[in-house]
Write a protein that binds this ligand. Structure first.
Ligand SMILES: Cc1ncc(COP(=O)(O)O)c(C=O)c1O
Length: 388
């Protein structure tokens, strides 16, 4: 056998697969409407780019401390205090090359062989893969659209065993956009405190919450849950900076010290230039974030209303992020087959729900302009009416 067991069970990310197929078609001149994107379509704001250019011109182009520069960690600590009412000191923060990297580091740091990690489904597809790479076992909690795709108290409690090491919370969620309310978070916090497991709270879509709803960080709910939570966030989605690769995690000092040690041997610091850009993003004008959110809400409203007027498919209103999780169960076709047919025949790219744990759904991203949404919805409607 050539490959290590560790990687042999890990497949290529299907979301990247469909996205690259759609991109290839676009490059070849095919008029594809792309609802597959996992990133905002807006440009990175000018003042953030300017901070990066300044860093380059000033020669800030060398190694930095591997867990990130002090000024950025302080900016992150301020952000946690102001936005999330959580007190983290800079020694509790590690900056990494994207939130994905932060989460990977955290699983590697807290999970031992045979540990169990509870993951509500549908889930961001990298969680189970990362859990397996850490030698642990993903324990999936099924949810359904009647519960807004949120894990019920009963279901969650039933999955806890002596081996439970952590629970992954992703609110707002990719792919469903669901948002956990305060009472639900209090219940989860109570379970974690009672049974002593970590909560890995992935808050990457925190800034994209609609209808005047509020995002709540579970670590803000009291000292006991604070001591068991690792909060993960980053600049990719909030500031349209996916390519810059800056994410961060914050949590108990001993855990974060170990994350920092791990990172120091694996990748060292994230890009020095991107760190300066992230510092500007977090400390300068936040208007760019609100403008993006207003635009996203308009697009969401259009996409949701158009989907729900098509016979045989439907969706609930996502409370956050920039995805609509669309129910295709009445079409009697698996999500991978359907996504391929939609791309080939209707020239609309969507992501199958199967790798997210729900095969009777597809994910549509509204990180694209209104005209594109109209065009794509016309095509989807026509295709479903003909083939459904
Ligand atoms: C739920 C979730 N967490 C984390 C990430 C990773 O973000 P980053 O670009 O900071 O690595 C993504 C990106 O798609 C995501 O959807």
């Amino acid at each position: 056998m050539r490959l290590a067991k560790r990687v042999s069970g890990i497949d290529e990310s299907v979301t990247l697969d469909i996205t690259s197929k759609a991109k290839k078609m676009l490059k070849e001149g095919v008029d594809v409407v792309n609802f597959a994107a996992g990133e905002p379509d807006f440009d990175t704001p000018a003042h953030i780019k300017a901070a990066a250019i300044k860093a380059i011109n000033e020669g800030f182009t060398k190694y930095t401390p591997s867990s990130g520069i002090q000024e950025l960690k302080e900016a992150i600590a301020q952000k946690f205090k102001k936005d999330n009412s959580i007190d983290y000191s800079s020694s509790q923060i590690v900056v990494s090359s994207g939130a994905k990297h932060s989460i990977y580091n955290v699983f590697q740091t807290v999970c031992d062989e045979g540990d169990e990690v509870i993951i509500p489904s549908p889930y961001w597809l990298s969680y189970p893969a990362m859990v397996k790479l850490a030698g642990a076992k993903p324990v999936i909690v099924e949810t359904n659209r009647d519960n807004d795709f949120k894990a019920t108290k009963k279901e969650l409690a039933s999955k806890i065993t002596k081996k439970t090491k952590c629970l992954v919370l992703n609110s707002p969620s990719n792919p469903t956009g669901s948002l956990y309310e305060l009472e639900e978070l209090k219940f989860i916090a109570g379970l974690a405190v009672k049974y002593r497991f970590f909560v890995i709270s992935d808050e990457i879509y925190e800034k994209l919450v609609y209808d005047n709803k509020n995002h709540v960080s579970i670590a803000s709910l009291g000292k006991e849950i604070y001591d068991l939570t690792i909060t993960v966030n980053g600049v990719s989605k909030s500031y349209s900076m996916t390519g810059w690769r800056i994410g961060y995690a914050a949590g108990p000092t001993d855990v974060m010290k170990a994350v920092s040690n791990l990172q120091s041997h694996a990748t060292s610091n994230p890009s020095s230039i991107s760190q300066k850009a992230a510092q500007a993003a977090l400390t300068q004008d936040q208007d760019c974030v609100s403008k993006m959110k207003v635009e996203f809400q308009k697009r969401r409203d259009l996409m949701v209303s158009r989907i729900n007027r098509i016979k045989k498919i439907s969706c609930i209103n996502p409370k956050g992020a920039f995805y609509v999780f669309c129910d295709i169960s009445e079409l009697n076709e698996g999500s991978v087959m359907l996504s391929n047919a939609l791309l080939d025949e209707a020239k609309v790219a969507v992501i199958p729900g199967e790798p997210f744990g729900q095969d009777s759904f597809v994910r549509l991203s509204f990180a694209t302009g209104m005209d594109n949404i109209k065009k794509g919805m016309d095509r989807l409607e026509e295709w479903v009416n003909k083939n459904g």
